[in-house]
Design a binder for this molecule. Structure first.
Ligand SMILES: [Zn+2]
Length: 478
């Protein structure tokens, strides 16, 4: 029997606010454990939460960016459960009246545009973090409550994803959108973007949903793809051998690529949700929505399309160059300087991206500014430097921040364009290779490349190809 998978993703995105969602404590990552806490985020008796307006702004940005509808009146609820890293004993979240409903995330799968609808986007606070010793023989756990009260949005998709690869593309697109909006840094390793996957299978043609499992602990986009692939395979094996899939929560271990049961899955009534009596209903009026709508930047999909139509670069280039808004900004600044979009795209996609990968940095930390790269490309275009020299110069510019012209003159990298110099060298080459000259003149015109090679060798690659080619041809055909 053939099975198809039904996948829904729940993504938690940590909002880039400076303070927490209901108190003034710092929300930044990597602080001394338990240093960023106060009575509110610890849930001490009598402490009262106050909603961070900036967190609401950020949630609204996301809702509008994906075409969702803003709930004019949304309600914060307490989700009751006991975890060692949640001192309050409940998490403030939203339940039946979330701040956003609907919307969709679009992506391109092998040239085909697809889109997955969203159920909801809601605001909530994060819990703390349990720190288990690396050495498993040590039987204690430490708790860091700094993360308690960090603002999150949870983006819940409809179960419309069908393959692990679609899940990968969906997440990639979602990550790009939050980064473009500047509301989340998208760093999955640091936990600012976390994903849980609900996975079930059913025979192809069946319309009812099978029993689902929830895979947690996914900390990379590739990890999500791998975990879902594993879980689909496991469920098919269970069902094919006459067994039944049990509804449960699984933990994915990327080291061995397998999922392990964590606990049986709770139902929402297990959490005993009820409206938080300390927080009033959140009212978002039309002017607030208008203000956020006016602040939205150009989104990845739109930018990609503009790059193709305005700069005339291939769709593939546009996709790579818009991976992050910083890279897209860099590209546009280079084009502004050199006025050649395809050349700029080629240099960024090969030389620049290779260096960024080697150095594990993003383009904002790259040693060669957009203006300097633009000037270098401008020199290639105007034939002030040859392609080979440009590569050498690029290498030098990585560690030498001086003006480009200063580097060129110090390293003697100016091209040989002087016809007199070139003619002398050509004469010598012709004199040294009488046989080749004779064969060329008998019709072996392919030998032209041989002479070009000799001339490049004699000038150490510094001959301007166009001048050199014209002079050589004139001399050989004489
Ligand atoms: Zn606090």
């Amino acid at each position: 029997m053939n099975y198809e998978a039904v996948i829904g993703l729940e993504v938690h995105a940590q909002l880039l606010t400076t303070s927490k969602i209901f108190c003034g404590c710092s929300a930044s990552f990597g602080q001394e454990p338990n240093s960023a806490t106060c009575p509110v985020c610890l849930g001490l008796p009598g402490a009262l939460p106050v909603l961070n307006k900036r967190a609401v702004d950020f949630a609204l940005k996301m809702i509008l960016a994906v075409g969702g509808e803003v709930g004019k009146q949304s309600v914060f609820a307490r989700k009751n459960y006991f975890y060692p890293d949640l001192p309050k004993g409940y998490q403030v979240s939203q339940y039946d009246k979330p701040i956003g409903v609907g919307g969709a995330i679009s992506f391109i799968d092998g040239g085909i545009g697809k889109s997955v609808n969203l159920t909801r986007i809601h605001l909530e606070e994060d819990a703390g973090k349990s720190l288990h010793p690396e050495n498993t023989s040590q039987d204690y756990t430490r708790v860091d409550v700094n993360r308690c009260g960090t603002p999150l949005i949870e983006i819940v998709s409809e179960p419309e994803i069908r393959t692990p690869h679609e899940a990968f593309l969906y997440l990639h697109s979602l990550k790009q959108i939050v980064e473009y909006l500047g509301i989340c840094d998208g760093n999955m390793e640091e936990g600012s973007l976390r994903c849980d996957a609900n996975v079930s299978i059913r025979p192809v043609g069946e319309t009812t949903l099978g029993t689902k499992t929830e895979v947690k602990n996914l900390n990379s986009i590739r990890g999500v793809e791998r975990a879902i692939t594993y879980e689909i395979g496991r469920q098919i094996a269970v069902v094919s051998s006459g067994g039944k899939v049990v509804q449960q929560t699984l933990l994915y271990n990327d080291a061995d690529g397998k999922c392990y049961p964590m606990r049986s899955k709770e139902q929402s009534h297990d959490y005993r949700y009820f409206p938080d009596p300390d927080l009033v209903t959140l009212t978002v009026d039309a002017s607030w929505i208008d203000r956020i709508a006016a602040s939205l930047p150009e989104l990845p999909m739109a930018r990609r399309e503009r790059f193709v139509s305005v700069y005339g670069i291939p769709a593939y280039d546009a996709e790579v160059l818009t991976t992050t808004s910083q890279l897209a900004d860099y590209f546009e600044a280079v084009v502004k300087e050199c006025a050649d979009a395809k050349l700029a795209s080629n240099w960024i996609m090969t030389e620049v991206l290779a260096r960024l990968k080697d150095q594990h940095i993003d383009v904002s930390k790259f040693a060669i500014s957009s203006q300097r790269l633009g000037r270098l490309i401008g020199k290639i275009k105007s034939k002030a430097v040859t392609g080979k020299m440009a590569k050498d110069l690029f290498e030098l510019m990585l560690s030498d921040s001086r003006d480009l012209d200063a580097i060129i003159s110090e390293k003697g990298l100016a091209p040989v364009t002087d016809s007199g110099d070139l003619e002398k060298l050509i004469d010598k080459i012709i004199g040294d290779h009488p046989d080749e000259v004779a064969r060329y003149r008998e019709g072996k015109t392919k030998l032209f490349a041989f002479f070009v090679g000799q001339l490049m060798k004699a000038t150490q690659g510094k001959a301007d190809p166009e001048t050199a080619g014209a002079l050589l041809k004139a001399r050989l055909d004489r």
